[in-house]
Write a protein that binds this ligand. Structure first.
Ligand code: NAD
Length: 290
């Protein structure tokens, strides 16, 4: 297939390379000058999408997605798939999908989980919103870039699934970190804490697969000085999207709001910027009540 890939950053770059390695022709565009293996670079987004069967975007946020969509939709081939893999707000995802559909395109919102490691290894999970027809066309590419695709329903539902998942993740990571810090103060050995919780009702992905305590459980960013991994800044972005969606849908999400407030403080006022989101544990370690 002829593929256009717009946004060749930490995630988009390796995803585009995997498509090239699988035998597809990939033309890319990024506002930063980046060289990505196997991707021929176009001078503009509009140039990149010329004649493409599938256009993939992997961009920082909803405003940028909307502005790129305004540029490229009129230039895309009728019947082409517009596959947005960025994490953006549900409203932007739905607005861009409606605009693409009105232009005779097949839109999909398909945010990912799995991070840079998953993008490089081709093992991402895609959460997809959009029509069956659009998904059928994009599925072979999703199978190259990832190992699992879940069709979540109509346009925007991929983003809805992503932010609900990450709201749970933010909350459970905070809960796991504060429990470790409490256990320390109670004189409970961290290995014993892990052995109990990871096999008891307090278990979670944050504890079992991504333990925030160094030297405990499987290897995680805690074992690498809390270098990301999944940066606290990105967790804050996703939590803010969850609260924006909750506001728009009039949903009561008190723990999601508390997690957003805490990650905002951590990233903007403390030393969380650029650290893994599990570095909440050293943050709690150094603190007292109140
Ligand atoms: P990144 O900042 O590394 O990449 C974004 C790229 O988009 C940059 O190279 C930037 O120059 C480019 N860009 C910005 N504006 C543009 C425009 N108008 N036209 C063309 N290119 C433009 O970010 P990333 O880590 O690759 O993340 C991309 C998306 O994936 C985000 O929405 C993020 O939330 C999501 N995501 C990231 C991770 C992760 O672990 N990094 C995990 C899951 C989801």
């Amino acid at each position: 297939m002829n593929i256009a890939f717009i946004g060749l950053g930490n995630m988009g770059g390796p995803m585009a390379t995997n498509l090239y390695r699988a035998g597809h022709h990939v033309t890319g565009y990024d506002t930063a000058s980046v060289a990505v293996q196997g991707v021929s670079s176009a001078h503009s987004a509009v140039d990149a999408v010329d004649g493409a069967d599938v256009v993939i975007t992997m961009l920082p946020n909803g405003d940028i997605l909307r502005s790129v969509a305004n540029e490229i939709i009129p230039a895309m081939k009728p019947g082409a798939v517009f596959l947005d893999c960025s994490t953006v707000d549900v409203e932007s995802a739905r607005a861009v999908a409606a605009q693409a559909e009105a232009a005779g395109l097949l839109p999909l919102d398909a945010p990912v989980s799995g991070g840079i490691g998953g993008a490089t290894a081709g093992t991402l999970t895609f959460m997809v919103g959009g029509s069956d027809d659009a998904l059928a066309k994009a599925a072979p590419l999703l199978d190259i870039m990832g190992q699992k695709t879940v069709h979540c329903g109509a346009s925007g539902n991929g983003q809805a699934a992503k932010i609900c998942n990450n709201m749970i993740l933010g909350v459970t990571m905070i809960a796991t970190c504060e429990a470790f810090a409490l256990a320390d103060k109670l004189g409970l050995d961290r290995q014993a804490m892990f052995d109990v919780v990871s096999t008891s009702s307090g278990y979670s992905w944050s504890m079992n697969a991504y333990c925030p305590a160094p030297g405990i459980g499987p290897k995680s960013p805690a074992d690498n000085g809390y270098a990301p991994g999944f940066a606290a800044d990105l967790m804050l972005k996703d939590l803010r999207l969850s609260q924006q969606a909750a506001e728009a849908a009039d949903a009561d999400t008190p723990l999601g709001q508390a997690a957003t407030d805490l990650y905002r403080r951590f990233v903007e006022e403390e030393d969380g910027k650029g650290r893994d989101f599990s570095a909440m544990l050293p943050r709690f370690e150094g603190r007292r009540r109140g």
